[in-house]
Write a protein that binds this ligand. Structure first.
Ligand code: SF4
Ligand code: SF4
Length: 434
């Protein structure tokens, strides 16, 4: 079999399947000492990565070995929660040379790249930095599987959980609707289902169940629209700001439990909250919000007043990013040594705080999938510029045909047809009808 190259990975349109969708060919085009497989999966109720490792562990490990070869890494690490003993037992005899397993605690946000790298190799990525700054490259489980397979990415795996008849993990053509995914669970157990896309902590509220699955959709949490979590996601900025300014008592729990602060980064959300009471004059004091990873722990877990420091930080960050200041911060490694380990947020406690304890925390991979009549493929499902369509309305395409590709020299990813059919629209999205 031909060895997988970065050119092949680019041609297949592989992007980070669990985050913003950074093009994998670019990531693996750099050099690293250690390649880390991010199998930490800490978003409550999501089980996709563990299920893929159970079903396709050999492919995932082959993808990690490919990442090592391409980056020149001599060491590979599978970062996985220690509680998944059956998966660890299954993987251990299959580990290729140079790859080891690192067991992680059952806490949030273990899957954050900065925390994962620290837990796996004890190095702290500098503020605003990347894993490569400390000699590491991190790949997601599904991404590694896609790398090993060397085929166009036309299928996406995701867990559908929450207020559903049977929580499941499914593999579906990219571009199907959330409603079609929900149907595979046996349906919602509420009359007014709303979807959180990507998870309860770092997800986004879907506009409707007609929204469609992209290469980065890792899971759907279905909830009734009256669920407190949905109400929190619907709070708008004036409300967040007004209540934050009125009710923050500066207890600093948000800072003391912030994973990035505990890594020694210069982020202190309580100072961003304090700035709300001092109008624009206070914003210069919260430059550290640039280093907020928006994990949402301060809002969903730490704050005893149910305020929203995460959104205050992200608003502040967006303002600062427009004119990114040239500031160089040093980390404080002693903080990680002192407090990181004993201030982690246990997943069980987090699930209770999110109001998700009444839902089943499972998501077995099922073989059933959908045969959609229509798919919608956005030309931007990745970090970088939108891909440029190479098809026109009326063209016939087969599964795996290229329908859009990045402009010459632009950062982006190739997009392929996920079903066979006729192109019906070419706009910000390419619509194909079977
Ligand atoms: S935890 Fe809540 S109340 Fe305490 S400082 Fe942070 S935002 Fe204010
Ligand atoms: S969202 Fe909150 S807890 Fe997470 S990094 Fe930002 S400030 Fe820290």
């Amino acid at each position: 079999m031909t060895a997988i190259t970065t050119e092949r990975i680019a041609a297949c349109g592989v992007v980070g399947a669990g985050g913003a969708g950074f093009p994998t060919s670019v990531k693996l085009g750099g050099k690293a000492e250690v390649a880390i497989l991010n199998a930490a999966e800490c978003e409550p109720l999501l089980h996709k990565d563990k299920e893929l490792l159970r079903a396709y562990g050999a492919d995932v490990l082959a993808g990690l070995a490919t990442a090592m070869r391409l980056t020149g890494a001599t060491r590979g690490i599978v970062g996985i929660k220690g509680k998944y003993t059956d998966v660890i037992e299954q993987l251990t005899p299959q580990l290729p040379a140079g790859i080891e397993i690192k067991t992680l605690g059952d806490s949030y946000p273990t899957g954050d790249e900065f925390i994962l790298v620290y837990d796996c190799i004890g190095r702290i990525i500098p503020p605003g930095g990347l894993p490569r700054d400390v000699g590491a490259v991190v790949v997601n489980v599904e991404t590694a599987m896609n790398v090993a397979r060397g085929e166009p990415v036309t299928k996406k795996f995701l867990t559908v959980a929450g207020a559903v008849a049977e929580p499941v993990t499914i593999g579906v053509p990219v571009g199907v609707t959330f409603a079609e995914c929900l149907a595979l669970t046996g349906g919602a157990t509420t009359d007014r289902p709303v979807a959180l896309v990507g998870g309860a902590m770092m997800g986004k509220l879907a506009r409707s169940l007609d929204d469609t699955v992209t290469k980065t959709t890792g899971g759907l949490i279905i909830l009734d629209e009256s669920h407190p979590l949905i109400r929190r996601y619907r709070n708008d900025w004036p409300v967040i700001r007004r209540i934050g300014a009125a009710a923050c008592d500066q207890c600093s729990f948000c800072t003391e439990l912030c994973p990035r602060y505990l890594l020694g980064h210069p982020i202190e959300p309580h100072k961003a909250m304090r700035s709300l009471g001092f109008s624009l004059a206070g914003e210069a004091n919260v430059i550290g919000t640039l280093y907020c990873c928006e994990c949402n722990l301060c809002t969903m877990y730490s704050c005893p007043e149910d305020l929203d420091p995460k959104n205050v930080c992200s608003q502040n960050k967006q303002r600062l990013m427009k004119d990114r200041p040239k500031v160089k911060f040093e980390t404080n490694p002693n903080r990680a040594n002192l407090h990181l380990d004993n201030r982690r947020a246990p997943i069980k406690r987090l699930i209770a705080k999110l109001g998700l304890a009444g839902f089943r925390n499972v998501g077995p991979l099922i073989a059933e999938t959908v045969a959609p009549r229509r798919v919608v493929l956005p030309t931007k499902q990745h970090v970088g510029a939108p891909a440029e369509p190479v098809v026109k309305v009326g063209d016939h395409v087969n599964v795996g045909d290229v329908v859009a590709r990045p402009a010459e020299g632009a950062l982006g990813a190739v997009i392929h047809a996920s079903i066979a059919g006729r192109v019906r629209a070419v706009d910000g999205s390419i619509v194909i009808e079977a």
